[in-house]
Design a protein around this ligand. Structure first.
Ligand code: ADP
Ligand code: ASP
Ligand code: MG
Length: 413
């Protein structure tokens, strides 16, 4: 008998029939004698609906109130699932994040979990209850409701699994595991039976939204066995593992991630002298805007063009800040482009294989895609391209790296 934390995402609880199917599934685990904590998302589309509602009332909603509103989505699901469980004769209790006391910092809409009070949960588990916790939310020190950022229910689940020392954290969703790339974009994408924490972290941070990045960070840090599975189809899913767990030789590339969430800003004609990068990025940082890729080119006239990317949501504010900077440092002008996308190839095998970058660039060149910016780390290479080429790029790379084939299948096809 083990303790399992199970998280069901938005589409898996998208209507009351599905909530019933989730209840059947959870009841099955209970019948086998397992203790179960369930984390649920809001019913699909609900969080977006609530965000729109807020914006229809106030252009830039007060973030504290936005969190109060957004947290209701998951609360609805917890109550409905608990009812569906009790209808099936399974003892169940629902809790909001604040009732559990999932303590977070006070960064509304992107709060981080600090601590979880597990006392009440252990008591309920000992009494034989299935505990149904609202994902994506917590409470700060002063009792204000907070939310954890889009996709945050994954993080609630992993954090609960860590706090309760669960035997496994199972993320149930609408795909049967983590794929070599988003199967909605490349139909030949293949399910990975396992992926390392490190790779999953890069995939998630480069845009694969199958798991929220913070959930993977948590799982790695607290060594939580984490598995991604289909809510309604049986199968082994994908296990996220520590690298040295595996005796198998790792393939060079695990997968391809992409995102459309960034925008590019360029400040042109920056005087070429010490301190300029700081003069530009200092104020951006102070405005709490995260910068991703950075490129600087010095031209022959001794001025530089400085280009960087930020989240698309931050573009407007970043432009305001940068226009002021341009005046202060006597730069020529500021331009921006939000129709860009980032594509990344990820794999720990890159460490021991040369030539991944050139293969990537060759594959993009072959389909006529111009690379705007490049950035690399030890286990990933990312390029910024025009957004309209995104799907073409992902397909070209997927095929160039042979990701549709099983790792030991080379030459077999
Ligand atoms: P949930 O609502 O269950 O949290 P999400 O929509 O957040 O589900 O995540 C599942 C989706 O992630 C899939 O439907 C798929 O389109 C997308 N996805 C993106 N990249 C990948 C990937 N590498 N492997 C699997 N799914 C991916
Ligand atoms: N409901 C939230 C969202 O849509 C959190 C989640 O589903 O994980 O982002
Ligand atoms: Mg999700």
């Amino acid at each position: 008998m083990s303790l399992i934390v199970q998280k069901f995402g938005g589409t898996s609880v998208g209507d009351t029939d599905r909530i019933g199917m989730v209840a059947d599934k959870v009841a099955g685990f209970r019948a086998q004698g397992h203790s179960v904590v369930v984390v649920v998302s809001a019913m699909s589309g609900e969080t977006n609906r609530l965000i729109e509602l807020a914006h229809s009332v106030q252009e830039r909603p007060v973030l504290r109130e936005l969190d109060v509103l957004l947290s209701t989505g998951e609360q609805v699901t917890t109550a409905l699932l608990s009812m569906a469980l009790s209808k099936r004769g399974v003892k169940a209790k629902s809790y909001t994040g604040s009732q559990v006391r999932i303590l977070t910092d006070d960064a509304h809409t992107k709060a981080r979990i600090r601590e979880i009070d597990d006392e009440r949960l252990h008591r309920d588990l000992a009494d034989g209850y299935v505990i149904v916790v609202a994902g994506f939310q917590g409470v700060d020190e002063n009792g204000n409701i907070t939310t954890l950022g889009r996709g945050g229910s994954d993080t609630t689940a992993v954090a609960l699994a860590a706090a309760l020392k669960a035997d496994e954290c199972q993320i149930y969703t609408d795909v049967d595991g983590v794929y070599t790339t988003d199967p909605r974009v490349v139909s030949e994408a293949r399910r990975l039976s396992r992926i390392t924490f490190e790779e999953m972290l890069e995939m998630a941070s480069m845009g694969s939204k199958v798991l929220q990045i913070r959930s993977v960070e948590f799982a790695g840090k607290y060594n939580v066995p984490l598995r991604v599975l289909h809510s309604f189809k049986d199968g082994p899913g994908t296990l996220i593992t520590m690298e040295d767990d595996s005796e198998m030789e790792m393939p060079t590339i695990a997968g391809i991630a992409f995102n459309r969430d960034e925008a590019k800003l360029t400040i042109e004609g920056v005087p070429d002298m010490p301190g300029m990068a700081y003069s530009i990025l200092g104020p951006i940082g102070e405005a709490n805007i995260e910068v991703d890729v950075i490129v600087q080119n010095i031209s022959h006239d001794k001025t530089a063009d400085f280009t960087f990317t930020v989240g698309r949501n931050d573009l407007e504010r970043a432009e305001e800040v940068l226009n002021q900077v341009a005046k202060d440092i006597n730069a020529e002008k500021v331009t921006s482009d939000s129709k860009i996308a980032k594509v990344s190839v990820v794999g720990v095998g890159m460490r021991s294989h040369a030539g991944v970058a050139s293969q990537m660039f060759a594959a993009l060149a072959e389909v006529g895609i111009n690379i705007l910016m490049i950035t690399t780390s030890e286990i990933k290479i990312s390029v910024i391209i025009e957004e309209k080429f995104l799907e073409l790029a992902v397909r070209a790379l997927h095929s160039s790296f042979g990701l549709e084939k099983e790792p030991n299948d080379e030459g077999a096809a």
